[in-house]
Each structure stands twice: as structure tokens, then as C-alpha cells.
Design a protein around this ligand. Sequence first.
Ligand SMILES: [Zn+2]
Length: 261
Amino acid sequence: MATEREQVNYEVAIANRILAEMGLAIGPLSSLGHASMRVPSRPDTFVVKGRGYAVDALAAITPEQMVLCDADGNLLDGPPGSSQCYEVKLHSSIYRSRPDVSSIVHVHPRYTVVMSVLGATLRPMCREGMELVRLPLPVFPHNKLILTEEDGVAVAAELDGSTALLLHGHGAITTGRSLGQAVMNMAHLEEQAKMNWYAYCAAGPDYPAVPDEMLEESFGQPAPTTLPHFGHVSAEGTASAISGAYTYYATIAARDLTPPT
Ligand SMILES: [Zn+2]
């Protein structure tokens, strides 16, 4: 019977691998970024990808390599020779200030980063992630790594109650009530940033975006399973697009791993 820690280690390792599979931590970014998750039975602690491995890449991380940290980002447990990720303070500070957050993702996605440097406010350009960028996202106005307690607290304050935070010329942070949510929020953020970049290049800095009335119309749509022609389908039987994509990438990410049982 797998322990809770083994289960959490596995889920966090898969989430980190998915970030690589989705192209959010590849090439020169292969070892940059980390996903974390609170331990359900001890929510003042969290498990995150660490550093100090012989091969340090999100795509190749294993459950045994995950590290356990306390609410201040101190190392509680991890494999010999490993340490927390350098930017562990962004995780610990956000977990302390946001009891509603169960998972956090930080990566350096290219389109999100370039748009932050251009100072272009991300706006809804497609359906995927439209709720994330409906209102201007907060921006942490520094390029530096989040290494100190002070910087971690400043990042958490800048994030405040938002789902996502941009770090100027550096990367982004997304939160979620689950690893799947936090990862998909990051994937959708980068998708919106890419579409914004295309529009910026095609039409200049004053490019149009999907108007808010249309977003309102979309958000007001009924669930498909409530429509008469889907009367034979149970609401539980229809997986959302988010869980579908995450589940698909999780099967790829698990290629050489044995799930805990
Ligand atoms: Zn970073």
C-alpha cells in the first residue's frame, strides 16, 4: 500500500514532466521551473521539484527526487544531495497567504515572457484561458530570481487573489486547487500570450481582442449535458477539455514510471 508521500511525490513528478511535454520547459529551459502541491494531511507542508540531481530536467524527473518543504520553504526531506528549488520562497509565501491554493506552477514560458517585456497587456484572443486574461494580470516588476523571504512575500502580495502572476522578463506563476488546474492554467496562459504575440506582430500594439460582450455570452452558455439532445449523457460522464488534456499528457509523462498502488 503506497503512502501518502509516495502518492504526492508521484503526482508532483508527473505534473513537472507534463510542463516539459507541453513545451513549457524544453531546450535551454529544460531544468527551469517547478510544480508543487500541498500535502493533504499536512497542508502547512508541500512537495516540489528540487535541485542537485545528476540529470536535472523536468522531463526526466522521478517521484523519488521530489523534496518536502515546510511553510517557510525549509527542506524537511529529500533524496541525498538534493535541495529545494532555488525559488522555493515563491511557493512557501503563496501557500501561506492563499489557503485556497493547493498547487503552484512556475516556469519561464517564452511568449508570456516576451509580452511582459513589451509591456503589452494580455487580452482574450481565443477561448482557451480567456477567463485568465479577461482582466489585466498583475505583474511583478522585477526580472530577478525569487530567492529571499522578502521577495517571496512581495510576489505573494503582488499575486494577491489572482490565479496568475507575470514576472517581468522572467516567467509566470499560476495557482490551482489541484496540480491539473495549476498546470493547465499555465498552459492556457502561454497559449493566450502566443495568440497575443501573433496579433501584436500582425496588427501592432493596438490589436483588437475578443470583446467582453462575447466573453459574457460564452460564460453564460448552458452546460452541454443540460441540453435535450444530450439527455442520455450523465454530467459526470463528460470529461472537461482541461481534464482531458491533462490526462492525455499524464499518460505520456508516466511512460517509464510505475504508479503507486
Ligand atoms: Zn524563475
